[in-house]
Write a protein that binds this ligand. Sequence first.
Ligand SMILES: NC(=O)c1ccc[n+]([C@@H]2O[C@H](COP(=O)([O-])OP(=O)(O)OC[C@H]3O[C@@H](n4cnc5c(N)ncnc54)[C@H](O)[C@@H]3O)[C@@H](O)[C@H]2O)c1
Length: 330
Amino acid sequence: MNISELIYTDNISNYIDESNSVLIIDKKVYSLFPEFNTFKKTLLFHSSEINKSFYSINKILNFFIENKLSRNSKVYAIGGGTLLDTVGFAASIYKRGINIINVPTTLLSMADASIGGKNAINFNNTKNIIGTFYLPIQVLINLNFLNTLENKHFKSGLLEIVKISLLFSKELFNFININQLKDIRNSKIIIEKIIKEAVHYKTKLVMEDYYDVGRRKLLNYGHTIAHSIELTRKIPHGIAVGYGMLLMQKYAENYYGANPELSITLIKLISKLRIKPFIFELSEIELDLVFQDKKLSNKEIDIVFLKDYEYPIIKRVSINELRNKIKNMS
Ligand SMILES: NC(=O)c1ccc[n+]([C@@H]2O[C@H](COP(=O)([O-])OP(=O)(O)OC[C@H]3O[C@@H](n4cnc5c(N)ncnc54)[C@H](O)[C@@H]3O)[C@@H](O)[C@H]2O)c1
């Protein structure tokens, strides 16, 4: 399969071909980076989970129609994972798919969400339940966007990269772990190295299992509960994934003999990043949200945990059993 062309550049504008194209850009990014203010056909998007919705899809599709986009037009999607997921979905269904170019502006979207062609919106209180697989033709990465990113969103992106490192590269994990947050933020060399490595491992998996029926599921590590607590506790996606990995490791320690060093290291890392300690007790509402979109899947669910560093396991378990065990964990 053809994976998207990936370009690292300090000047995105040089790559934007304004003829026969439109820009959809995160509102905050638009105000912080005036270089995009000169483009005429522009739609601003307020990035929040609430706006990963059919309401936004409607707005975006109308914008495509007003601008008479044809199948060979180009859509430049400039923003974080929230925007890329939403615009990607709209682009994939307009005229059965038009060209999309992803310009990720957050750490999480550079290392993860802009790669691999998964798009989705939230529906009926369930995250990412409506979506498509549709690859961008290009991904343009400019690390300078990260200079203005709030710390909590930087940490969120870092934890998604930590997830990839725990799954595939202890060396990358150690490299992230030995550096202080401020050193990572302040060094383009360090950031570029960790993004490139994360992209490398994700791309490898995507090429192996584009439709997410096998090994790509490993990327769901930490996500079983993340989607629920992200919505209820209103925390950034990657931070919820960090908590989700911790909960899965505790579970795996208790029931599958996982190396306890993993949960200890995760607790230390979360504390070092000055992220609030995880409260293990999930409310009934949170537990309902974890399992609500899984009700029909034969009452079983695939979970991902690590037996050890770089030793991930996908296990099919009964939803009832998992729910009870999670509930009783402390
Ligand atoms: N499709 C995938 O493969 C995939 C993978 C992982 C996560 N996701 C999705 O990504 C979403 C999270 O994405 P995210 O973490 O990028 O968050 P986000 O897109 O919501 O952005 C976080 C905040 O940062 C702001 N922002 C964006 N770029 C900025 C910049 N350069 N400077 C200052 N502020 C900036 C945004 O306005 C927003 O307020 C979730 O919805 C998640 O489900 C998708």
